[in-house]
Write a protein that binds this ligand. Sequence first.
Ligand code: B16
Ligand code: MG
Length: 217
Amino acid sequence: KIKACIFDLDGVIVDTAKFHYIAWKELADEMGFEFTVEDNERLKGVSRMTSLDILLSIGKVNKSEDEKLALATRKNENYLTYILKMGPEEILPGTKAFLDTLKEEGVRIALGSASKNAMTILERLKLTNYFEAIIDGTKVSKAKPDPEVFLKAAEALGVQPDNCVVFEDAEAGVEAALSGGMKCVGIGKADVLGKAHLIIDGLHQMNMQKLYALNEK
Ligand code: B16
Ligand code: MG
């Protein structure tokens, strides 16, 4: 029986991918190689340092660990200037309505994000209070597709993994949910998220009937 919903942040509740893209592209421009919107797809759901490694591999650039740290820090400072301008109008359609419904129905709510900026983003969106547990990039040691982030969220809620539904937009996140023994709703395209139990375009397409239908999956 479904007792809790665990939400990924970037790509599920808010579209921060566009800001990540601008910030990474600035580094690529400086280093003199091309970084396209398609390339940016590969960075979704993966950690900051792994994102940087992917970026550098696209540019066929080698950097020392110290240089990498400096680049990642600079990217994040740049990214933060965009994040700090965000407000509740950036919340993706249907999110608040679905969170309100879950609250009314007594379904528990947690966040499971790879981002170290998750708290800042939730504050900017004025959504912090919806989440009983917030597990983000500052609290995990293993990145998705490892299930750690979702297992910690379930544990913080005191709910068994098989009573949890994860909402994810990234392939690595879907894998993490499934290997943690949870149900998974993919947000996006079936070619990327094919393994999820249900695939929708966004939370505006979600309701209690669809949620409880996952009990049968
Ligand atoms: P930060 P999610 C992920 O968030 C993003 O999808 C990914 O593109 C980003 O690199 C990662 O957070 C780390 O973010 O640099 O803010 O720590 O989708 O797991 O909510
Ligand atoms: Mg995501």
